[in-house]
Design a protein around this ligand. Sequence first.
Ligand code: TMP
Ligand code: MG
Length: 216
Amino acid sequence: MASQNQPRGAFIVLEGADRAGKSTQCQMLVEHLTAKGVAAELWRFPDRTTAVGKMINSYLTSQSEIDDAAVHLLFSANRWEKREELLRKLHAGTTLVVDRYAYSGVAFTAAKGLPGLDRAWCMAPDAGLPAPDAVFFLSLTVEAAEARGGYGEERYEKAEFQRKVLDQFAAMRSSSWRMIDASQPIDAMQRQLREQAAVVVARCQRGTEAVGKLWE
Ligand code: TMP
Ligand code: MG
């Protein structure tokens, strides 16, 4: 039984600071996979549709104030509450292209530089969540992001803070991350993502690899 192959969907995460183009690229990738006959869905974190997600949305849009530690745990809870569905989809053969995951969770809270909320503390609540099969990091400088028309209105969308977020991402970057230059044209970036995603999807379809766990 243990040696039996279990084809499954791939768990693909796109990460990066705000304005790097993650949402556009995720959407294009899902459309491409679907057109190729690969069952694929676009997911994003935070998922603002759940009860927890609504609290997060009200915090991000400055309609509410939430303690920094508490809101960090809400972002993590928002991933845990989707865990069962995520695993169910993967095992049913659906590839999930996910716009942000726990890496954003750690980078954004650790970037606040608050006593007690260091990177190790930030990582702890996400330990044991399903680990992605691939992390694509869309790399863009704050200057280039600002040249794109600047940031939005939400909490965290400020150049000075984004610089600190990029530092945190750099500190936690693992050798398995695939770095994508997000300053290149949309289509060129998408071509690169498609090529690399195809390899990951094929690997998961062979069914020899179980879904891993963060931060193992
Ligand atoms: P979004 O712009 O992709 O919807 O993400 C909303 C903001 O939330 C973005 O600035 C990154 C931040 N964030 C966290 O602070 N912690 C998290 O765990 C996640 C997923 C996002
Ligand atoms: Mg945003």
